[in-house]
Design a protein around this ligand. Structure first.
Ligand code: TYD
Length: 138
């Protein structure tokens, strides 16, 4: 997967005069079945999270409160996304390196994945990741 495979996806909004209602349906609003949800909140100032790649899991990142930034790297190019809308999330397919940082104090980052947690599918060393991406293009 390459940087071009990441994309911002608008969330369907079903709100009415009572307020806002946002819906994310697996394999409909986002391009995978939802197997796992986790959220990142009360992040300590200055912290950078992630800093790894996943060989199996794809992700959809949705900032439901506050803001944060996500940098995605494919072994050659990188791109930075700012997540600050509740109505737009970032799809990051498997095999991409990602870092999340610049969390606002009130940030709640909701993360959807198509896989259960499995430590064995993680690459946590950037040099190992770059070598891995070279095997992918062969
Ligand atoms: P870590 O991979 O450092 O989180 P992040 O990518 O957000 O920086 O995970 C921190 C700990 O939580 C680590 O022990 C693994 C565990 N964990 C789970 O058990 N399940 C999960 O879904 C996630 C994301 C992490």
């Amino acid at each position: 997967m390459k940087i071009k495979d990441c994309r911002l996806i608008s969330i369907s909004e079903k709100g009415d005069d009572r307020g806002r209602l946002m819906v994310v349906e697996g394999s409909k609003d986002i391009p995978f079945n939802i197997q796992r949800i986790f959220y990142i909140c009360e992040t300590v100032n200055g912290v950078s999270r992630g800093n790894h790649a996943n060989k199996k899991s794809s992700f959809f990142f949705l900032s439901i409160k506050g803001s944060c930034k996500i940098k995605v790297f494919d072994g050659e190019d990188y791109r930075e996304f700012i997540l600050e809308e509740t109505s737009e999330g970032l799809y990051v397919p498997k095999n991409l390196w990602k870092s999340m940082y610049d969390f606002s104090k009130d940030s709640i980052l909701l993360v959807f994945s198509d896989e259960n947690y499995n430590d064995e599918e993680y690459i946590r060393d950037i040099n190992e990741y770059i070598k891995f991406t070279q095997t992918l293009t062969l």
